[in-house]
Design a protein around this ligand. Structure first.
Ligand SMILES: Nc1nc2c(ncn2[C@@H]2O[C@H](COP(=O)(O)OP(=O)(O)OP(=O)(O)O)[C@@H](O)[C@H]2O)c(=O)[nH]1
Ligand SMILES: [Mg+2]
Length: 456
């Protein structure tokens, strides 16, 4: 372990009960012993103990704060190195002064994610687990948290290692057949190798398939509420959020700007976007709002069309319906607390789910959320269970690995060249290895850890 000692403020900036400065590396104990006075001698303190005392400036002897210091000795620590955590009062000046003091004692300011990077480089966790740390921190729903925690525990890594081992075993057979083909060694039949490749390909495919939901759990999906003015779009946003977020009035053209909020729909963080009512207008502010609404609609994963059942359909409604043909869409028939005079709408929206609601009386909202959830998950119900891939980098590696396996199958079926099959299998292994960090370049590591915050 040839590393220097790093230091960082590990808690968010701002006022709070406690702020933590974390040190990791060979000089951690030495540094803390020079700036901390308590009842115990910190250098002889046992590992994983906490000590009450004061941080002071060794030259001026000026006291900076009263703190609790945690001592954790290598190797059973977050980074596998000596780690010290100083629990101070969380004011930005206090934390900044202690941080600068540790730097003046020889520590270096940590880069984003450097503590976790050391945990990876020192072999405590693999790369997929290290990446899960940031997913745990950024999880937006309890289901996405569960998936991230599973990955941190190593469930994805285990699956990848299993597949890796199967490929390796096939490769060993093929290479043995190349090396000892004349020595009468019992060799695997092509058919058995093909069977093995097929199983591997299926496993890779199902992991790739899981990423559709895995990514949605992590990154969420977007749902744009559209409709002509005054149908109750903003009322619906407020009802879904459970708070009066958007302005609601009886005047058509109330909403001008885009309003975004996140709600939890069956574990998926769904970004709900309220927009200006779509109509022709000469008001320049409203015109801009309408242009933004059309644009938001273009980029949405799912569209929530609101229709007012208390009026007949208007040309604006028909124009929007026309634009929804090929899109994932749920239709909310709003104001169902009023007398229904709207025309038959089903024939216009053949296959789209239609739900009756009253945004004002908060009626039908669960049904509406279920319709959105069904559309997003396309029938998949056990989302969040089992191993799920949620990281673009992992999906890319899995796809490349699967492609190599498919190619190996083709070669085996056509021209039986074991050398070429072996090359493809080695490629497949290489790509799988990048997921857990066995064959990862420094550039990739830099990209992975630059997504972290400083202090993690
Ligand atoms: N009776 C009844 N009135 C509703 C319902 N939903 C909304 N309204 C009323 O309809 C009017 C318009 O509501 P908004 O939510 O502002 O409609 P909007 O679609 O956002 O309108 P713009 O922002 O102008 O495009 C308000 O007076 C609401 O109180 C409902 O379910 N039932
Ligand atoms: Mg509105």
């Amino acid at each position: 372990m040839l590393y220097d000692t790093i230091t960082a403020i590990s808690t968010p900036m701002g006022e709070g009960g406690i702020g933590i400065i974390r040190l990791s590396g060979p000089m951690s104990m030495n540094i803390i012993s020079r700036i901390f006075r308590g009842k115990t001698d910190i250098l002889s303190a046992k590992s994983h103990t906490i000590h009450y005392g004061k941080i002071f400036h060794p030259e001026t002897l000026q006291i900076i704060d009263t703190v609790l210091v945690s001592i954790m000795r290598s190797p059973y620590t977050y980074t596998c190195e000596d780690v010290v955590e100083i629990n101070a009062h969380s004011g930005s000046i206090v934390l900044q002064e202690i941080l600068e003091l540790t730097i003046s004692m020889g520590a270096r300011l940590a880069q984003p994610g450097e503590f976790t990077k050391r945990a990876f480089l020192n072999g405590r966790i693999d790369l997929a687990q290290a990446e899960a740390v940031i997913d745990v921190i950024r999880a937006k729903t309890s289901t996405s948290l569960a998936v991230a925690l599973g990955q941190l525990e190593g469930n994805l890594s285990m699956k990848i290692r299993d597949i890796h081992a199967s490929i390796l075993s096939l490769l060993a057979h093929i290479e043995a057949s190349l090396d000892f083909s004349e020595e009468g060694i019992e060799l695997m039949e092509d058919e058995n190798i093909l069977g093995g490749l097929l199983t591997i390909e299926t496993q890779l495919s199902s992991l790739i398939e899981s990423s559709r939901y895995g990514k949605m759990l992590k990154e969420g999906a977007s749902c744009v509420i559209v409709g002509r003015p005054n149908v109750g779009k903003s009322s619906l946003l407020n009802a879904l959020l459970g708070e009066a977020r958007a302005i609601v009035t009886h005047v058509p053209g109330t909403t001008r700007d885009i309003i975004e909020e996140i709600i939890d729909i069956g574990g998926i963080p769904l970004k709900i976007v309220d927009t200006a009512g779509l109509r022709e207008t000469i008001d320049i502010v409203e015109k801009e709002g309408v242009a933004r609404a059309w644009k938001a609609m273009e980029g949405a994963d799912i569209i929530l069309l609101v229709i007012d059942v208390s009026c007949p359909l208007m040309p604006e409604d028909l124009l929007i319906i026309e634009r929804l043909r090929m899109r994932m869409c749920v239709v909310a028939m709003n104001k169902c607390d009023l007398v229904k005079v709207v025309d038959e709408i089903e024939p216009l929206l053949s296959d789209k789910p239609i739900v009756s609601i009253s945004a004002k009386l908060e009626y039908g909202l669960d049904e509406l959320k279920n319709a959105i959830k069904r559309l997003l998950l396309a029938g998949q119900v056990n989302i969040g269970e089992g191993v799920m891939v949620s990281n673009v980098r992992h999906v890319d590696a899995l796809q490349k690995s699967r492609l190599a396996i498919l190619q190996a199958q083709d070669i085996l079926k056509t021209n039986h060249s074991p050398e070429l099959v072996a090359i493809d299998l080695r490629n497949a292994l290489l790509h799988l290895g990048t997921i857990i960090g066995e064959t990862t370049t420094e550039d990739v590591l830099d990209v992975v850890f630059s997504r972290f915050c400083i202090g993690k």
